[in-house]
Design a protein around this ligand. Structure first.
Ligand SMILES: C[S@@+](CC[C@H](N)C(=O)[O-])C[C@H]1O[C@@H](n2cnc3c(N)ncnc32)[C@H](O)[C@@H]1O
Length: 299
């Protein structure tokens, strides 16, 4: 089991040595990261229930769960809420983000179930962690320098029959009606930037299946989870501004027409009546992918 006094400090934002192209040195500070993660949970959080359902089929009453790279605690809180008799250990290398997890758990009345551990997960879990029922890693595995080593370490920390749930954004979100002129601009800019290997600076979509099986897990299922919303909450406008601002900052005059770049600038300009924050026709199109795997019973 993990102990909450563990402190393996590590500079936040480090860990991008896994071969991904991360745009333009786009390493958000903890505050910006927290804002975006919380917006993501508010706007796209409906994937959480579906992944929890799949876990519940395999482990109906988990006692101990880990959230690897917990961020502000989106996964931690979803797991604690769903599995009421469990203990969830949130691990992250950002003490600042973990403080937010602890605060959010307290506000939700879940602090009795949640503990935070500052740990560098670049290549392994803290080695005293064992007998875990469920390990969860959402939008996070690609941040670790040696994800395969971390998966092997996670395998050892799980009990036989324990479950590993890995989630990534499969399709980054778009926010404008696809059949509108602005929606077409958004599509073109998105294709231009994805074509450059951009991944939003905080997410990627590698196929983790080979790494999961190389660590001796058996994959139970791979699941595509659409997170589309036709009537998104008001927070979708702020989330759209975050995404489009980052897309825009990664584009140069060579990547897109002057008209398209001007159009996106207008979308981001709050004084413009058709800007993202002032229009009421936003729709969210995006999807998650989840790999649900298990440490074999006889291993
Ligand atoms: C994109 S966020 C995902 C947060 C959360 N799992 C979620 O789904 O909202 C990635 C998280 O990984 C953490 N992280 C990055 N590198 C790390 C490392 N080497 N060790 C531990 N955590 C790390 C970051 O601090 C951040 O909280």
């Amino acid at each position: 089991m993990a102990h909450s006094h563990d402190t393996h400090h590590h500079a936040p934002g480090h860990g991008h040595t896994d071969g991904h192209t991360h745009g333009h040195g786009n390493h958000p500070d903890a505050e910006t990261m927290a804002t975006v993660l919380d917006l993501d949970a508010t706007v796209n959080g409906h994937y959480l229930g579906e992944v929890c359902d799949r876990i519940a089929v395999l482990v109906p009453e988990p006692r101990t769960m880990l959230d690897l790279g917990s961020g502000t605690g989106t996964g931690t809180l979803a797991l604690a809420r769903r599995f009421g008799s469990s203990q969830v250990v949130a691990l992250d290398n950002s003490a600042e983000l973990l403080e937010r997890v602890a605060r959010a758990a307290q506000e939700a009345g879940l602090d009795g179930q949640v503990r935070t551990v500052t740990a560098d997960l670049d290549s392994a879990l803290p080695d005293h962690i064992s007998d875990v029922d469920v390990a969860w890693a959402s939008s996070t595995l690609h941040h670790f320098a040696d994800a395969e080593a971390l998966l092997r370490s996670t395998f050892r920390a799980l009990r036989p029959g324990g479950v590993l749930a890995i989630v990534e954004i499969a399709e980054p979100p778009t926010f404008l009606p696809p059949d509108s002129a602005d929606g077409e601009v958004e599509q073109r800019l998105r294709e231009a930037i994805l074509g450059k290997g951009w991944n939003g600076g905080w997410n990627g979509r590698p196929d983790w299946a080979p790494s999961i099986t190389a660590a001796d897990f058996e994959i139970v299922e791979t699941r595509d989870i659409p997170t589309d919303l036709d009537n998104p909450p008001a927070a979708a406008a702020d989330y759209a501004v975050e995404w489009l601002t980052r897309v825009r900052s990664g584009l140069t005059d060579d990547d897109a027409s002057a008209e398209d770049l001007a159009a996106v600038d207008q979308l981001l300009h709050d004084d413009n009546p058709a800007s993202l924050r002032r229009r009421n026709d936003l729709v969210v199109r995006s999807s998650r992918i989840a790999w649900i795997a298990r440490r074999p019973e006889n291993s």
